[in-house]
Design a protein around this ligand. Structure first.
Ligand code: SAM
Length: 272
């Protein structure tokens, strides 16, 4: 078997990581994912564009953070590496990738073999202690220095009962002042009928989706100071040109994105 195909993988249902990989043109997906992705494209023809635009947001967020001096990243729900992974964009930074999906973790592990600046943790991002106390994390990241935390299109896979808000609060508390948090998340109030349809389809996959109102997504940033333009349609990050933002209106209404910075001038708790 290839290194990226974990033993005993369950191929009875598509996974969000592998469908997303397919949309981005990656090769780490299976027939079950491709068939599902093509059906989803019929229902929502802009699904592939959504993935590409969200990926642009991740790139722009990392570039912004690197520009502000961030040199270490925690990428929650990092997905299957295709191109433009955080360690490729972030120069000499240190990166911890976190995902709960077997193929995402196996492939990340494979491409990072021999790297002393990037590693992967196989964990549920909604269980921050598992992430923050993992030996890979404590070895790679210095929580006395600012960290760039990325949570791009991941917490809408976390149901209320796993308390995504408490998880994000724990990550915000764990990082030093001057750290950054980037979130993109499916919004339930932009195009509610379409989101309901998407959620119904995703029930066939391994990842159910839990879109949330913009006000709740904004709450995930706590008291972090928002970068311009605040929480906005993800298409904002696609291009400076307003005309593109209009072209991507649907996508922008479906995914909200923002970047916040932890205020300086107060302490941070440690990871222990
Ligand atoms: C749509 S992909 C996004 C990948 C990347 N963050 C991006 O925005 O380009 C969502 C990823 O989140 C992962 N994921 C979903 N729920 C998760 C959880 N509770 N903990 C960790 N990863 C999770 C999936 O396996 C998948 O790889």
């Amino acid at each position: 078997m290839s290194d990226w195909i974990p033993d005993g993988i369950d191929l009875s249902k598509p996974s969000a990581a592998r469908v997303y990989d397919y949309y981005l043109g990656g090769g780490h997906n299976f027939e079950v994912d491709r068939v599902f992705a093509e059906r989803a494209l019929v229902a929502h023809p802009f699904a592939r564009e959504m993935a590409v635009i969200n990926r642009t947001f991740v790139r722009r967020a990392v570039q912004l953070m690197v520009g502000r001096g961030i040199r270490q990243f925690l990428d929650l729900g990092s997905g299957i590496p295709t191109v433009g992974n955080v360690h490729e964009i972030a120069g000499d930074s240190r990166v911890v990738y976190v995902d709960c999906e077997d193929v995402a973790v196996a492939h990340t592990r494979m491409i990072l073999k021999g790297s002393d600046r990037a590693t992967v943790v196989h964990a549920d991002a909604a269980r921050p202690e598992d992430v923050l106390r993992a030996p890979e994390t404590t070895r790679m990241l210095d929580f006395d220095e600012p960290v760039g935390v990325l949570a791009a299109t991941v917490f809408h896979y976390v149901p209320e009962q796993h308390d995504p808000f408490a998880a994000l609060e724990r990550y915000r508390d764990a990082v030093a002042p001057g750290s950054y948090l980037a979130i993109s998340h499916l919004a339930s109030d932009g195009l509610p009928a379409m989101i309901e349809q998407m959620a119904a389809m995703m029930k066939e996959s391994r990842n159910s989706i839990h879109a949330r109102p913009c006000a709740e997504i904004a709450r995930m940033f706590g008291d972090f100071e928002m970068e311009e333009p605040g929480l906005a349609g993800v298409a904002h990050w696609q291009s400076e040109r307003p005309v593109d933002a209009v072209r991507h209106l649907d996508v922008g209404l479906l995914i909200q994105a923002g970047i916040g910075r932890k205020p300086t001038g107060r302490g941070s708790s440690d990871t222990g």
